[in-house]
Design a protein. Structure first.
Lengths: 208, 201
């Protein structure tokens, strides 16, 4: 008379087997697949959130100290991550020589960058589009008189090494009154019409 | 005179500084000795400007010393000078122009280079031009700026308004007193001691 007692476990196996089959059948239905997908996404999201939290912990740790040199963490490419600033300096147009100049000229295109120095195209554009046009706006003859100095400076920027001109670099050309040609600033005489470049810190006008 | 002490030096008066490094070094020794002989020069106040030295460029311009005094906001650029140096500088500064440079000069800067500028000036042309522009001694004090690196500053440093003396002089009995006088007057100028707690950006 062991029939009912022995039948109970067997029935349990059948019930469990039926539940598994029903579960498998449910996951094969569209609703089941959506639920499965959501579950998978939730697991992935949870994992990435955990990783994100770890990163935030590290970030919070470093944020408490101010770095000696400003750094950037944007981007993943090496050249985007690198920060060798600060970069400071200026291009200038100066001098006064009547009758070419109606008044003393003092124009400047300065830069102050935390990480990325001004590159060669920017330097050339600032010289020809910014400073030259600004000089012309003051007086067209002033710009014309400084033409050889602008041209020399443009050639100088184009000749910059790949890393650019480094801190402490100074170069400029002035127009000599006797010859009308562009000569290095020291030879041009005091207050000569001139175009100058000064790199105070970092680099300028390289290719990267 | 200090110049008499250097008269027996092999390369005196160091006039080929632009093309011969021995002349350049000799001239540098002379200018350092002259600066130290100026009573107003306090050596402890002055430091070389930190920079990537380009010897070829320094030789061409005759740059002997570039010093800064951040305490009193002063800069000093001493250049040695000679007719030969001026000629060499003009020669190096006027190489032949490329067609692209010629086109750019005409179209962008409205400057029409002459034949000499296009083909690059010859030594004879450089000597002729040096004859027109050469001056044995010039000294000019002008406004300038000193960059002071400062890790605590939001931009990593700041610009300090300063006065700069640019001195260009031959090594000669005629020029030495003028150079000493210019240095002495510049160093006697009232110092602009700035408040470091409020740096100018």
């Amino acid at each position: 008379m062991a029939g009912p007692a022995a039948a109970a476990p067997v029935a349990g196996v059948y019930v469990a087997g039926a539940a598994l089959l029903a579960g498998a059948a449910y996951f094969m239905t569209p609703a089941g697949q959506r639920a499965s997908q959501s579950l998978g996404e939730a697991m992935v999201d949870g994992g990435s959130q955990a990783v994100h939290n770890i990163r935030n912990l590290f970030a919070a740790d470093t944020d408490t100290r101010s770095p000696a040199v400003p750094v950037t963490a944007e981007g993943t490419r090496t050249e985007e991550r690198r920060c060798d600033g600060p970069h400071r300096g200026r291009l200038q147009v100066q001098g006064f020589r009547p009758p070419h100049d109606v008044r003393p000229i003092e124009l400047s295109w300065p830069w102050a960058r935390t990480c990325t120095p001004p590159l060669k195209p920017e330097g050339l554009t600032s010289l020809s589009a910014d400073l030259l046009l600004s000089t012309r706006l003051i007086n067209y003859a002033s710009a014309g008189h400084r033409g050889p100095a602008f041209s020399k400076m443009s050639q100088h920027i184009q000749s910059a090494p790949p890393a650019g001109f480094l801190a402490g670099h100074r170069m400029g050309w002035g127009i000599h009154s006797a010859t009308g040609s562009a000569v290095p600033n020291l030879r041009a005489g005091p207050n000569a019409p001139r175009v100058d470049l000064e790199v105070h810190a970092g680099r300028a006008f390289g290719v990267r | 005179m200090l110049v008499d002490l250097f008269r027996d030096e092999l390369f005196f008066p160091f006039s080929d500084y632009a093309t011969d490094i021995q002349h350049f070094i000799g001239a540098q020794r002379y200018w350092l000795a002259l600066l130290r002989a100026v009573p107003e020069f306090v050596e402890a106040d002055w430091h070389p400007v930190l920079r990537a030295v380009d010897v070829a460029a320094d030789q061409a311009s005759g740059l002997m010393l570039r010093l800064q005094d951040t305490t009193n906001s002063r800069l000093l650029s001493l250049h040695t000078n000679s007719f030969e140096g001026c000629t060499a500088e003009l020669l190096a500064d006027n190489p032949p122009m490329t067609p692209k440079q010629i086109a750019e000069a005409k179209e962008k800067f409205e400057w029409k280079p002459d034949k000499a500028a296009i083909s690059g000036i010859t030594r004879e042309h450089a000597i002729r031009e040096a004859g027109m522009i050469y001056v044995a001694f010039t000294a000019q004090a002008e406004p300038a700026e000193i960059y002071v690196p400062d890790a605590g500053h939001p931009e990593g440093g700041y610009l300090l308004p300063a006065r700069r003396l640019v001195l260009l002089s031959e090594v000669s009995r005629d020029c030495e007193p003028q150079a000493q006088e210019a240095l002495s007057r510049f160093l006697k100028e009232p110092a602009r001691r700035l408040d470091r707690s409020a740096p100018q950006t």
